[in-house]
Design a protein around this ligand. Structure first.
Ligand SMILES: Nc1ncnc2c1ncn2[C@@H]1O[C@H](COP(=O)(O)OP(=O)(O)O)[C@@H](O)[C@H]1O
Ligand SMILES: [Mg+2]
Length: 352
């Protein structure tokens, strides 16, 4: 019997008042001593009275007897320990964002207009222009960054820096990605795991070790609501880009989206509107443009709302396919790839 073996089986002793974690994990096993006289385990208890002390000592004793047998002498000692200081890093500050120059929310009045497609491709295009870029997928209702970047299997890991735990973002296509989807099981609705459960969204952004960035884009949930307000206030989103499709009926949604950022509780600039699916170009006829949702709808919306039209993205099959297979269209030199790079240039200009 080795010290390690004893430590392992002692994991069966759980502390019912401490989320049922085991005494090894809780750091209560101060010492394990093995000699001819038998096995002595020393448990540390905090100065304050632990009402379950007797129970824990008894359960530890029972565990020793069960594993060592009646023939081996075993003993459980207790010592008093100082209560360790609470681990730092359990509260989130904007510290990790201090080295980020621009934090920009990508928003839309409603879902399905291509907000995530635009956010992901904009990030890749900004990186192509030489900027340091991160993207946080904060769409709790339907995180799509994992699929769109081909990073579904990624499980976030933590690293400790100066005694604080940080989440490491995933790097691909020159962009640092973090998604609420990385914390969910594939094909499942969001199931929060362990310590990730609370404050998930804030943690998703504030506890990530982004490093120095020129742009941190936030793929916000569709619509306008409390999540948006708290994200904007607590993360310190500097301004927004609103994504829409050109139909006239979309105007009301865009207006809602715009008013949210103009609301006195938020009051952040809107850098502009992105008109997605501005025209349709068939794959076999790359020079043709069909304005199936009407022409210049985006430009009209933008001028009615008094915001610039930042860019127009065509509706092409390859954008959808690239989204599905995790290779963003912005990586290509096709016209749609170029449209994203132009959009990125316009945004970089607008935030200056
Ligand atoms: N310009 C485009 N051309 C072709 N397909 C597009 C385009 N923009 C978005 N899509 C497709 O439309 C669907 C919805 O887009 P998505 O970005 O997920 O929308 P949202 O984030 O607003 O809900 C996806 O399948 C996406 O691939
Ligand atoms: Mg989306």
């Amino acid at each position: 019997m080795t010290v390690e073996e004893v430590r392992e089986f002692l994991r069966e002793v759980h502390h019912p008042a401490k989320e049922d974690r085991d005494i090894v994990e809780l750091g209560m096993v101060q010492d394990i001593e093995i000699n001819e006289g038998g096995v002595t385990v020393t448990l540390g208890f905090p100065k304050q009275r632990d009402p379950l002390k007797k129970y824990i000592i008894g359960a530890t004793r029972a565990s020793l007897i069960r594993h060592l047998g009646q023939g081996v002498k075993s003993e459980v000692k207790e010592i008093e320990i100082e209560t360790p200081a609470p681990k730092k890093g359990t509260e989130f500050t904007k510290e990790t964002l201090l080295s980020v120059k621009h934090i920009i929310g990508i928003a839309s009045g409603k879902g399905g207009v291509g907000k995530s497609t635009v956010a992901v491709n904009l990030a890749v295009a900004l990186a192509r222009l030489g900027y340091k870029v991160g993207l946080a997928d904060a769409d709790v209702y339907g995180p799509s960054v994992p699929v769109m970047t081909g990073t579904e299997g990624y499980r976030p890991v933590a690293e400790e820096i100066n005694g604080k735990d940080y989440i490491v973002p995933l790097e691909k296509y020159g962009v640092k990605w973090m998604s609420i989807g990385y914390f969910a099981e594939k094909g499942q609705a969001l199931v929060w795991r362990g310590p990730m459960a609370s404050n998930a969204l804030k943690q998703l952004i504030l506890q990530v070790n982004w490093g120095p960035l020129d742009f941190l884009l936030i793929d916000m949930p569709p619509g306008t609501g409390d999540i948006h307000i708290s994200l904007t206030q607590e993360i310190g989103i500097e301004g927004a880009v609103i994504v829409t499709t050109p139909q006239t009926v979309a105007l009301a949604d865009v207006e809602k989206g715009a008013n949210m950022f103009r609301n006195e509780n938020i009051a952040k600039p809107i850098y502009g509107l992105v008109e997605n699916m501005a025209w349709f170009t068939p794959e076999e006829h790359p020079d043709e443009k069909y304005y199936i949702f009407g022409r210049d709808g985006g430009a009209k919306m933008a001028s009615e709302l008094g915001i610039p039209l930042l860019g127009r993205i065509p509706l092409v099959q390859s954008i959808r396919e690239n989204g599905d297979d995790g290779t963003p269209a912005a990586l290509s030199s096709r016209p749609d790839g170029v449209a994203f790079v132009e959009l990125a240039g316009a945004l970089a200009e607008a935030v200056k």
